[in-house]
Every structure is written in C-alpha cells, then in structure tokens.
Design a protein around this ligand. Structure first.
Ligand code: IFM
Length: 447
C-alpha cells in the first residue's frame, strides 16, 4: 500500500508544494510558560463535560520545548513546507503590549524552519482567543476584530522576514459556529444568533488585518483558510434537495461568498433570515478585499434530509461507505467535486489544501504503526486533488493534517490524526506507515 500519483501529475512538478500542518494549542503545551495568558480553550478544557476525559492543552506534545527535534521530524518526512499557528495569548499581554518571551519562541522556530529550507505558512488565529477578550464579549464583540488587527500588526511586523504565507484565520466556521452557535467548542456558547454574528466579526477582523499584513510583510502572500465539506441530499425529493442547499449555504457559501463577492448568500434573506448577522456600512468592502490565496481544509462530506423544525438534518449515506475513527465518511470523490464546483462558482485566487487527513484507531505494535486506512485515505485524497487540477482548478499545494498526533479539541487526545504517533507519556514520536508512504511519494519526485 503506497501513495501514488499519476507520473504526469502537475502535483509532481517543482511548483507544487507538499507540507504538514499543526496548530499552536494542539501541540505546544507549556500553557503557563513565559507569561502566556489563558485562552478560551484552557477555560473550556477546565469546564467539566466539555472535552473528552477532561483532557487539556497543558502539556500536549510539549512542542514548546521539543520544537528543534520536531523540525528534524518535519525534515525527515521530506516535505517542502510547514504550516503552523501562533498563539495570540503567548505573544501579547492584556494591555496589547508584546510579550517578548513568547515572541522569542516563535522567532527561533521560524528562523530555524527557514534555515532548514522549508516554506513557512503561518496562521494567526487557530481558535485560541485570549480569555480576557472573551470576558469582554469575544467574537460577539466588534471590538475583538480591532484587537485582532493589533495582534496581526505585532506578529507580522516581528516575523515578516521568515514567513512565506500568512493566513489570518483557520476555519471561521468552526471558531464561530461550533464555538458560539452549537457550543461544542470554546467558548461553548449556543444561541443560534450568536454563531453568525461571531462569524461576521471574524471575517471583519480578517479584512481589517489584510492591509496591515500587506504593509508589514510585502513579500509574503496573505489569505484565509476555510473548512468545507461537500453536501449531498438524502434523496431526489424536493424538500431534501432544499435541505442540502441550505446546509451547503450555511456551512460553505456563508463564508466564501462574503470574501469573494462582498455579500452574504441571498438564499438566507428569503428562507432563513435568522442566520444573517448585523452588518455595518462598509463591512462587506473590508471583508471582500482581494487575497493572494485561499486555503481549503477538507475531510468529509455530509448527507441531508428535510426536517420540519430545523430545516435540515444529518443522515447517513445510503451507500456502503467507510468511516474514519472520528466517524467521518471517507469521500475522496466529494473532494474533487467540491473543488471543481467552487472553481465554477467563483473567480478564486490560487488554492492551497491547507489540511486533509484522517483520524485512525492507531496502535503502536513492536515499534510500528500500521495505519493502512490513513495511507488509503491520503492516496485517495491526493488523487482527488490531482483530478481537480486536471479539471482546471488552480491548486498550488497540499498539507497533510497532521505532522503528529495532537489535542483534537472536544475529543481530547482520543483521536489521532498524525503521520507521526505521539506517546503522550514519554513524548516519543514514531513515524507511522502513512508518514513513510508520504515520505516515499515525496522523495520519488524529480526536483
Ligand atoms: O484538528 C483539527 C484542526 O485543528 C482544524 N481542522 C480540522 C482538524 C481535525 O478535526
């Protein structure tokens, strides 16, 4: 079992980059080191019933201390690029001043990544909002967007020299909807009207930060990362088709349309106005400024049936499908369809697949992890990207999620997405079979 792309694939040419991705809260640990402030995820983890096993990010993969060895791991995998995020609570105090110790950590990390010849993608916000900002309203408050602008200014001034590509946000859908509408992520609020308002403020923060990042880092690319699933209707029935359309609109179009067209989807105005946020004059122009790239994270698809109360509900596929350990359907064809459809719907900037991967029930046996399902998953999804490129979609890179097993949010450490296995007792890293398969595919390229 290997990962094999067609020999003529554009993905095997030197312009296409392959990487691995992580996020600060999920790997760093050192939750109180060097004046790091608490984040909403520290608070959420400490709240009984929110995170499986009451796991937390206090130690995680201890990357804060093991970063040099982790860079060697990245090198060993043979990737071209590494995608990481910066923890806002590590680098700024409550007064909005720089925390030098936190900045030093990232400066050393970024310098070393560049010295090792890696292309560096940095995300400014991967969900770890400082708790003191949540206490003042978090993403429900417009003011947080202006605080994000200050944070982006600090970080991009400090690190412009070592970052090739900046993403303002990772997955606004998850930060806003899971965090403020459904209550299954930090800060754990769940009012229907909260999620969309939080999303609007996140998109506003993205737009407010763009000109600042461009000024501070004129040689870097700047964009945003959205997560998208492909939505299917449970049947041909008109009401199920409607349910699917609404689900796709709320999950995908609600985020991409303001960025690309400066408006929220028209459909919501007519059928579900409760999902429209309060927008002030000028906001949509700020949100829809041009970006250099769009990051897309893809994992799975969903199937939707009409429900009289909630308008749509999730149902299982009628086909015989395979699931990963987190219960997500494996659907590589949906990945190609999603990419091609977006390409038809919008004038998109170049796309990077900034995350894609599988949670598997991994076990280390005699020092090896035989994660055959993940190898098949990666092979299927890389070939799905290849087919989308062949169909005309401008995709420039692919990042596997994740470099190593890590803190999987509400699932704690129970779900493993890594190409590398982490023993959380010893912090021993062991490359899985999937990591070796990725490495073999990368090393076989003619550069
Ligand atoms: O672990 C997460 C990541 O932080 C954001 N995208 C999805 C991954 C898997 O759930």
């Amino acid at each position: 079992m290997s990962i094999t792309l067609p020999s003529n694939s554009k993905m095997l040419t030197p312009d296409f980059i392959f990487g691995v991705a992580t996020a600060a809260f999920q790997i760093e640990g050192a939750a109180k080191a060097d004046n790091r402030l608490p984040s909403i995820w520290d608070t959420f983890c400490a709240t009984p019933g929110k995170v499986k096993g009451m796991d937390n990010g206090d130690i995680a993969c201890d990357h804060y201390h093991l970063w040099e060895q982790d860079i060697q791991l990245i090198k060993e995998l043979g990737v071209d690029a590494y995608r990481l995020s910066i923890a806002w609570p590590r680098v700024m105090n409550e007064q909005g001043e720089a925390n030098q110790a936190g900045l030093d950590f990232y400066r050393n990390l970024l310098k070393k990544l560049k010295a090792e010849g890696l292309t560096v993608f940095v995300t400014l916000y991967h969900w770890d909002l400082p708790q003191h900002l949540e206490d003042k309203g978090g993403w429900l408050s417009r003011e947080t967007a202006y605080r994000f602008q200050q944070y982006a200014d600090l970080v991009t001034t400090e690190f412009a020299d070592w970052v090739d590509s900046w993403a303002t946000f990772n997955e606004p859908f998850c930060a806003a909807i899971l965090g403020y509408e459904l209550g299954i992520h930090a800060p754990g609020l769940n009012k229907p009207e909260y999620g969309r308002q939080a999303a609007h403020h996140i998109l506003l923060a993205h737009g407010l930060a763009l000109p600042i990042i461009r000024k501070n880092a004129p040689h870097s690319k700047v964009g945003i990362v959205l997560n998208m699933n492909r939505s299917y209707a449970a049947s041909e029935k008109v009401e199920d088709q409607f349910a699917c359309l609404l689900r796709e609109t709320l999950d995908n179009q609600f985020f991409i349309e303001p960025l690309m067209k400066g408006q929220y989807p028209q459909l919501l105005k007519t059928v579900a106005p409760q999902y429209l946020p309060t927008v002030l004059p000028g906001d949509m122009e700020i949100i829809s400024q041009p970006i250099d790239f769009l990051g897309l994270n893809f994992y799975t698809c969903n199937h939707n049936a009409y429900d009289a109360d909630s308008l749509f509900k999730n149902v299982q596929s009628s086909q015989n499908v395979e699931f990963t350990d987190i219960g997500w359907e494996i659907a590589p064809q949906a990945f190609t369809e999603l990419l091609v459809t977006l390409h038809q719907q919008y004038e998109l900037p170049p796309i990077y697949i900034t995350e894609n991967g599988a949670a598997c029930d991994d076990h280390i046996i005699a020092g090896e992890i035989n994660d055959e399902q993940r190898v098949r998953y990666l092979d299927g999804h890389l070939n799905a990207v290849h087919r989308a490129i062949d169909a005309g979609v401008d995709i420039r890179g692919y990042f596997a999620w994740s470099l190593m097993d890590n803190f999987e949010w509400a699932e704690g450490y129970s779900k493993r997405f890594g190409l590398t296995y982490v023993d959380y007792h010893t912090q021993q890293r062991t490359i899985k079979r999937s990591g070796y398969a990725y490495q073999a595919m990368l090393n076989a390229r003619i550069r």
